[in-house]
Design a protein around this ligand. Structure first.
Ligand SMILES: C[S@@+](CC[C@H](N)C(=O)[O-])C[C@H]1O[C@@H](n2cnc3c(N)ncnc32)[C@H](O)[C@@H]1O
Length: 174
């Protein structure tokens, strides 16, 4: 079972920072990879550097949504403010992913989402029916999917680790 995030609508000149944050949230909250529809080597470089220092096996790929859907064999969830409430479907999806061991692809957009995505995705789910952000929608969805357990995740092969402290910064380097 693997969890991947498909980031559609990325425009390298405008969305660099927000897509980097989508990727960081994906990694921190339990996804294994992100696919971005437009090549942007800077994002890959920055995520590879995070993985090298902070551990885990997160990977960045570039592919169109058509390529991603074509090769994907699992459950796909498109996060959209127009969809059904995610809290009504999350148990069904947890069962598919964790009990039936299906791969999961979570699709998040940017400015404009192609109509076809609503048909291609198995689920169109909203995280409230209010407009907000792909970063918050993704974070909430991954947190509920993992029942909050991803918060405690330890990343293997980490060179850096934070020792939580009341004040200041305490980092140990291997
Ligand atoms: C800034 S929004 C743009 C939404 C755009 N108007 C559209 O066509 O859906 C960017 C992305 O954030 C996510 N998003 C924003 N609000 C959401 C919500 N309430 N529930 C789920 N996802 C949301 C969606 O993935 C969306 O594609």
């Amino acid at each position: 079972m693997s969890i991947t995030v498909l980031r559609i609508g990325h425009r390298p000149e405008r969305d660099h920072r927000i897509t980097t944050h989508v990727a960081l949230v994906s990694r921190a909250f339990g996804a294994d990879s992100i696919s971005i529809w437009e090549r942007d080597e800077k994002i890959k470089k920055s995520l590879d550097s995070v993985v090298k220092r902070w551990g885990g096996n997160f990977s960045v790929l570039f592919e169109t949504y058509k390529q991603a859907f074509k090769k994907f064999d699992g459950v796909s969830v498109h996060l959209t403010m127009y969809g059904m409430p995610f809290e009504d479907k999350i148990d069904e999806i947890k069962d598919l992913v964790f009990n039936q061991k299906k791969d999961l692809m979570i699709v998040v957009g940017a400015e404009k989402v192609p109509k076809e995505i609503y048909e291609l995705a198995n689920y169109n789910l909203s995280v409230t029916n209010q407009p907000h952000s792909e970063i918050s929608a993704l974070a909430l969805f991954l947190d509920r999917l993992n029942s909050g357990e991803e918060i405690k995740k330890e990343f293997n092969n980490a060179k850096l680790k934070i020792i939580p402290s009341e004040k200041g910064k305490n980092i140990i380097a291997e």
